[in-house]
Design a protein around this ligand. Structure first.
Ligand code: AMP
Ligand code: MN
Ligand code: MN
Ligand code: MN
Length: 331
């Protein structure tokens, strides 16, 4: 069912006018968010490994009935300036975000930061280190694929990266386009996943460190797609306890890669660990139609939504002034 059938444009416009002023995002504002609003708090643009521009992503979100959209590119905030402008035109609320790669217990995790000030120096210094590692890793993946008889992969991946950031997805798209594999899924399975010949271990921030960057930027930290890590129950409990202890706020309960069983399971775990619940599609573009924007169901009733707290203090309470226009542009 389209969200527009539930929610009149007038009401949305009224809420928007009350909640924001032109040029200003949610950060640090007092507002009353309606629980009927449709949230998607995890999406990508071509500033990381998505395929849409920030403007096209925002327009598509608007058409899909999303009222509150977070743009959360991997290790980069460079798409947020354009996304803010587009969100004003589309009359949806843009939550500035980022998805930070993290090493925890020798595993790569993803921590989403929401309501961040993209101009904050601690966060930007941390992300700059990740971008430098990604640059080096792109060369290293190329050398390793070279040994498998695949030539020019780094150049091919770089040519497919439209932002400043090269990721494994760009390698996967290149390998598929050149016929080395049938599709990107096979590229990961054969070459790019952990234990495969093109895999380079991540040198990312620690969990506590990444949560610290997000908090320094006035944001809230969310464990992305927890079921994807395939941890044992004991290890997941250890992660949740450590995340909570580091000051992390929420976990994604409803997300593009979770099954209905996962929604129930992580709703229970969130309650048990006193964590808030978030929801996000992890949309990367129309090439993956099974994971579209605006299609996720509401959070289970037992969950305390992350945005419930925004009704009183806004994401990043105490973050001070909202980001200046253009603050999202980083190198
Ligand atoms: P990176 O951060 O560059 O190491 O790449 C991680 C990204 O690769 C994830 O965010 C996904 O978009 C993508 N990815 C990881 N594993 C797979 C997989 N098995 N199949 C397809 N895409 C994947
Ligand atoms: Mn990705
Ligand atoms: Mn992720
Ligand atoms: Mn993601």
């Amino acid at each position: 069912m389209s969200h527009d059938t539930l929610f009149s444009h007038d009401r949305r416009a009224q809420w928007w006018a009350a909640a924001t002023v032109p040029g200003v995002c949610l950060t640090g504002r007092r507002m009353c968010l309606d629980s009927m609003l449709h949230y998607d708090l995890h999406t990508h643009t071509f500033h990381s490994d998505g395929t849409l521009s920030p403007t096209d992503l925002v327009m598509r979100a608007r058409q899909s009935g999303v009222d509150v959209l977070a743009v959360t590119d991997h290790d980069s905030t460079s798409g947020l300036g354009e996304a803010q402008v587009a969100a004003q035109v589309a009359a949806i609320v843009l939550v500035p975000g980022v998805e930070i790669s993290v090493i925890w217990d020798s595993h790569t995790l993803h921590i989403v930061g929401l309501g961040i000030d993209p101009g904050e120096p601690t966060l930007q210094a941390g992300l700059a280190g990740h971008l430098r590692f990604r640059d080096w890793r792109a060369e290293e993946i190329g050398h390793r694929l070279e040994r498998q008889g695949i030539h020019g992969a780094t150049e091919g991946a770089r040519a497919r990266a439209r932002g400043t950031l090269v990721g494994r997805t760009h390698f996967a798209r290149h390998l598929a386009a050149e016929g080395h594999v049938r599709d990107t899924r096979e590229a990961f399975a054969k070459y790019l996943s952990r234990g495969k010949p093109g895999y380079v271990p991540g040198q990312w921030a620690g969990l506590r460190e990444a949560v610290g960057w997000i908090h320094a930027a006035g944001g809230q930290a969310v464990i992305a797609h927890p079921a994807r890590y395939r941890f044992t129950a004991t290890r997941m409990r250890r992660l949740l306890a450590e995340f909570r202890e580091s000051g992390g706020e929420a976990i994604e309960v409803v997300c593009g890669s979770h099954s209905p069983d996962d929604w129930r399971h992580y709703a229970l775990l969130a309650g048990h660990y006193g964590l808030l619940a978030s929801c996000g599609s992890d949309y990367h573009g129309p090439e993956a139609p099974w994971m579209d924007l605006g299609r996720l169901p509401p959070l289970p009733d037992s969950c305390r939504p992350l945005w419930g707290a925004w009704g009183y203090d806004g994401p990043g309470a105490g973050a001070g002034a909202p980001p200046a226009a253009g603050a999202g542009e980083s190198g």
